[in-house]
Design a protein around this ligand. Structure first.
Ligand code: GTB
Length: 213
């Protein structure tokens, strides 16, 4: 059964890989699963056909036969549970890797999204200049804790896992801010993720769509 995901018809980042379909593509590439991408416009995302797949009118979604999923955490976990390579076999190591998936999405991503909101969505608001340094410092505090835990290891808990896939994906969103480069260990960690052949294929696939004339 062919897997179908949805992605932006034209991502606002022009193909930098920051939209969330990239993490799903990456997981599918790590798992060696072929897939097709159905591209949707911002208008189509809010129409009934897409809302039936995604109640919040967003991308990405995941369809496989009669299964339809939304939320990248759930989609990546689904892929990781069904195919080898993204979660350890040992039960405790597997539970720890899943913990890192939640940590990426529930603890590290929120302040990063807050930063995007202050800079982009609320960029013209009068409170922006007061709020920005506060939010930046909250991001720095999280990154400092993460860098301490990572230490000199290549990955968060032993071998590469779906936890690293989501954590690297979340951290990539920070790169345009310059904050990531304040943390050399995390910069190297993200570079290790990006160097993986599966990430390269996922990145190229979304770029091919977004860089098209
Ligand atoms: N929690 C959900 C998940 O993890 O799946 C969040 C999904 C989500 O935010 N989807 C965004 C979306 O559909 C795309 S990824 N937005 C349209 C809408 O809500 O109407 C967020 C995103 C968008 C653009 C860039 N960019 O251009 O840099 C980066 C990330």
């Amino acid at each position: 059964m062919m897997i179908i995901i949805t992605a932006f018809e034209r991502s606002p980042d022009g193909g930098k890989g920051l939209a969330r379909d990239t993490r799903v593509r990456w997981a599918l590439e790590e798992a060696g699963q072929p897939y097709e991408a159905r591209l949707v416009s911002f208008r189509a995302m809010k129409e009934a056909a897409h809302l039936a797949l995604h109640p919040f009118g967003q991308i990405p979604t995941y369809e496989e036969g009669d299964l339809a999923l939304f939320e990248t955490g759930s989609i990546v976990l689904h892929i990781a549970e069904r195919h080898p390579g993204l979660l350890p076999v040992n039960a405790n190591a597997r539970a720890r890797a899943i913990t890192w998936m939640f940590a990426a999405l529930n603890t590290v991503e929120p302040p990063i999204l807050e930063l995007v909101i202050v800079k982009v969505t609320e960029g013209d608001k009068p409170w922006k200049n007061e709020r920005l340094p506060l939010v930046q410092d909250r991001v720095r505090a999280r990154l400092a804790q993460l860098a301490t835990r990572l230490g000199d290891a290549d990955w968060l808990d032993g071998g590469f896992s779906a936890g690293d896939l989501l954590m690297v994906s979340v951290l990539l969103r920070l790169r345009p801010s310059g904050i990531l480069s304040e943390f050399p260990r995390l910069t190297a960690y993200v570079a290790r993720g990006e160097a993986r052949p599966a990430y390269q294929r996922a990145f190229a696939a979304q770029l091919a769509i977004n860089a098209a004339p």
